[in-house]
Design a protein around this ligand. Structure first.
Ligand code: MEV
Length: 430
């Protein structure tokens, strides 16, 4: 039996790691070559980024065009494996330009660190004790990151909540930290850990968790765009009808969590692609977005809202947490992420977050417009067909021809792709 308990894997040389992986997976030499190809990164760089490294996993990087945000034009890098997303964002941004593009705003880069205190008989009393030490807590926290303080950030406030749990009331201190251009997890976690022993000493309780909260309700970004009804018209439907269709789609999502999960997923298609392209932590953004969608009102709701203005045009808005950074983390070391940030030309993490909100809104618009009109499949199919054609073995010069035939026949399937490819090659020979 093959065993996965490889002792000291992290200490082994890259050659030894590849050998282990190759033997375990019974991989071909070519497969190992593919895995170890680190693209724009040197092996030493990836080896420093995470543990037990054997290679890199490239995903396509596309550029969304047409974005005008707060009167400025942006080319937006999007890293994503899903076809149609970049095209849909670009198309939506083109339609938004008609009424000036996107306007955005944000709350500023405030994150919350949580310190969980248990075992106090008088939670209300403990709360008061902690709050009485506010200034001391802030200076203890800020001692941990003088650089952040110098830049105008740092711990700014202390809040204490009592949370009723299965194991009784817990006294949860929130350290309110301005993270400036950092995502902030390292700074906030270090501060929370530094404060914890003092909280124990003052209250006589026991601290367990000391960690940032991904429900970043003080680090929100917002975007708004107006879509002129005339530009929304399709071959079959008038602009007014498309507006109404999108309003029906939004109402459905906002009322039904089964639909809303997919609706918000469409938003995150755009959001995550830019988050990944800029080397940011997309899991933090995902967790924060969905938690916020549930926290902001009763039940799980849409991150966006769609309305009709007095002119009958479609107005879209979005608001979601956006803890992205420009310093620290992969953004500062990954060469592709660095180049992408330069291409964006953003001057602050806040500006990056607002750009991402605009992309999320554009993505949502594109999905709703497609869903409320011809359906999502037609647009998806041509790109999907190219993937199927390539997987069926079509070479670069054959892919387009095979894909075209599949779409025309409305049979975007592997078996048919293989047949079409064989026919094509047969024709070429004869
Ligand atoms: C697919 O990745 C995203 C959509 O399902 C979003 C939506 O349904 O709104 C098209």
């Amino acid at each position: 039996m093959k065993r996965s308990d490889v002792s000291g894997f992290y200490k082994k040389s890259p050659d030894e790691r590849w050998k282990i992986v190759r033997e375990f997976g019974e991989l071909e030499a070519a497969e190992i070559e593919t895995i170890r190809n680190t693209g724009a990164l040197r092996f030493e760089q990836v080896d420093r980024m995470i543990e037990n490294v054997v290679g890199a996993m490239p995903i396509p990087l596309g550029i969304a065009v047409n974005f005008r945000i707060n009167g400025r034009d942006y080319l937006i890098p999007m890293a994503i494996e899903e076809p149609s997303v970049v095209a849909a964002a670009s198309n939506a941004a083109r339609m938004a330009r008609e009424r000036g593009g996107f306007t955005t705003s944000g709350t500023g880069p405030i994150m919350l660190g949580q310190i969980q205190l248990v075992g106090v008989p008088d939670p209300q009393g403990a709360r008061m004790t902690i709050l009485a030490h506010r200034d001391e807590i802030l200076s203890l926290a800020n001692e941990k990151d003088p650089m952040l303080v110098k830049l105008g950030g740092g711990a700014k406030d202390v809040e204490v909540r009592i949370v009723d749990t299965k194991r009784g009331p817990m006294v949860v201190t929130h350290l309110v930290v301005d993270c400036r251009d950092a995502m902030g997890a390292n700074a906030v976690n270090t501060m929370a850990e530094a404060i914890a022993p003092h909280i124990e000493r003052w209250t006589g309780g026991r601290v367990y968790l000391r960690i940032i909260s991904n429900l970043a309700v003080r680090r929100l970004v917002r975007a708004r765009a107006v879509f002129a009804k005339e530009v929304l018209a399709t071959d079959e439907l008038k602009g007014e009808e498309v507006v109404d269709g999108i309003l029906e789609a939004f109402a459905f999502a906002d009322a039904d969590p089964f639909r809303c999960a997919t609706h918000n997923k469409g938003i995150m298609n755009g959001v995550d692609a830019v988050v990944v392209a800029t080397g940011n932590d997309w899991r933090a953004i995902e967790a924060g977005a969905h938690a916020y969608a549930a926290w902001k009102s009763d039940g799980y709701r849409s991150l966006s809202a769609w309305e009709k203005d007095a002119n009958g045009d479609l107005v879209g808005t979005i608001e979601l947490p956006m803890p992205v950074g420009l310093v620290g983390g992969a953004t500062a070391v990954h060469p592709t992420a660095k180049a992408n940030v330069r291409l964006l030309g953003v001057k602050s993490a806040q500006e990056l977050g607002e750009v991402i909100a605009a992309v999320g809104l554009a993505q949502n618009f594109a999905a709703l417009r497609a869903l409320a009109t011809e359906g999502i499949q037609r647009g998806h199919m041509s790109l999907h067909a190219r993937n199927i054609a390539a997987t069926a073995g079509a070479t670069d010069s054959e892919v387009d021809q095979v894909a075209e035939a599949l779409v025309k026949e409305r049979k975007v399937r592997m078996d048919r792709a293989k047949e079409v490819l064989a026919e094509l090659r047969g024709k070429k020979k004869s």
